[in-house]
Design a protein around this ligand. Structure first.
Ligand code: MF3
Ligand code: CO
Length: 250
């Protein structure tokens, strides 16, 4: 389904959904420390969102079994929270969460290092977030997807990071995944023209090695093939007349 131009009421619901999402991710960031389990993070996400009055979007999505994705080290995305997965000092932890409010969905992700970070891993995290912000900042009203893709790619190429190609950003709002796809590499001026009123999730995934990925036997957890560490940042944004509004922010 192609993403629709959202009505003013739908946009307002997405602003509120996005604010709850940002608030939960912010809260979880403070809990990411050596010794916590990935399941503990998911339980806190569930409880905190309930307190705020939103509903989790991921639980039951294609039978996904939890409210949160927690992807550690070489896990790129869709790590399933587990009571036996304990976060260690120096682990790169990515948290991906979705919130539904008044029927409207927002999607966002952040990455951080638990405890003390090596310079190389911290640089990957910083570059991936900068790539996301670079992609958002080229949106000036109607914008080709290729413009966003090229801006994200430029930041990650400069740091010689691997750019995951088989997973992409997407339209979002009435469904978690709407068309069109938003790749993290491409050429300016190409692809679908995004227009004001559309809402999209932009989500670069970058690695310290190659870009190839594989899926675990659990059917969900996606890892780098070469075992290199991966970072992931994502925001849901609204295309406006002359800019973009980040919806998944406080
Ligand atoms: N943010 C994730 C994505 O865009 C959504 C997680 S899918 C779920 O791919 F199944 F885990 F919910
Ligand atoms: Co997404």
């Amino acid at each position: 389904m192609m993403t629709r131009i959202k009505t003013a009421a739908e946009i307002q619901a997405m602003r509120e959904s996005g604010r709850m999402l940002a608030s939960v991710l912010n809260y979880l960031s403070g809990l990411v420390q050596p010794g916590v389990t990935t399941k503990y993070l998911a339980e806190n996400a569930k409880q905190e969102l309930q307190r705020l009055g939103g509903q989790p979007s991921f639980l039951g999505y294609y039978d996904y079994p939890d409210v949160l994705c927690v992807s550690v080290n070489d896990e790129v995305v869709h790590g399933i929270p587990r009571t036996d997965h304990i976060v260690k000092n120096g682990d790169l932890v990515s948290l991906d969460f979705g919130v539904t409010y008044r029927g409207m969905i927002t999607d966002a992700a952040v990455s951080q290092v638990a405890g003390s970070a090596s310079g190389q891993v911290q640089a990957l995290v910083t570059a991936t977030e900068r790539a996301l912000m670079a992609g958002i900042s080229v949106i000036r009203g109607p914008t080709h997807i290729g413009d966003i893709a090229a801006a994200v790619q430029a930041v990650l190429d400069k740091g010689r990071y691997g750019i995951v190609r088989d997973l992409v950003g997407h339209g979002v709002g009435h469904a978690l995944h709407e068309e069109p796809n938003i790749p993290n590499y491409g050429k300016k001026g190409t692809g679908t023209l995004l227009v004001p009123g559309m809402t999209v999730a932009i989500e670069p995934m970058a690695t310290l090695g190659r870009y190839e990925i594989r899926t675990d036997s659990d059917g969900w957890t996606i890892r780098t093939k070469d075992g290199s560490l991966a970072a992931h940042f994502e925001h849901t944004v609204l295309i406006t007349e002359d800019s973009a509004e980040i919806l998944t922010t406080l």
